[in-house]
Ligand binder design. Structure first.
Ligand code: FES
Length: 130
């Protein structure tokens, strides 16, 4: 096998392996436009952990009636799923790291960084992956 044949084979495998979609942390294999939750299932002033498709999980937070944000719920410290916000703070139940629900930024450790945000939109009564 020459270099050209090998390179073409590697490029084909790469394209097949991803299916052309960009995976988002927490969203699993879900694609843009996929419904992740009913808006009514995300309480205003708090949030909800939702399963997304066959292999994803997101933390949805709803700071106001019309605004929803989504984060990969895996705590950057050791991967525990964080809890929906209470009293304005997202908390990890394992070692009590605290995160800002408006940005996912870490407020107190031991987490070394904030939660990864995943873009979502609200359409009608649904929350969709953006
Ligand atoms: S796993 Fe979240 S703070 Fe340790």
């Amino acid at each position: 096998m020459d270099r050209r044949t090998l390179l073409c084979g590697l490029l084909a495998l790469t394209a097949c392996g991803t299916g052309g979609a960009t995976r988002r942390p927490g969203a699993g294999s879900a694609r843009p436009g996929d419904r992740v939750a009913a808006l009514a299932d995300v309480p205003v002033g708090s949030g909800a952990l939702v399963d997304v498709g066959a292999d994803g999980r997101l933390l949805l937070v709803r700071p106001s009636e019309s605004e929803v944000r989504a984060f990969d719920p895996a705590c950057p410290h050791q991967g525990t799923a964080v809890n929906p916000p209470t009293a304005g703070v997202i908390t990890c139940p394992t070692h009590r790291s605290a995160f800002d629900p408006s940005s996912g930024a870490v407020l107190s450790g031991p987490s070394p960084k904030g939660l990864a945000e995943v873009a979502v939109t609200v359409s009608g009564g649904d929350v969709l992956l953006a």
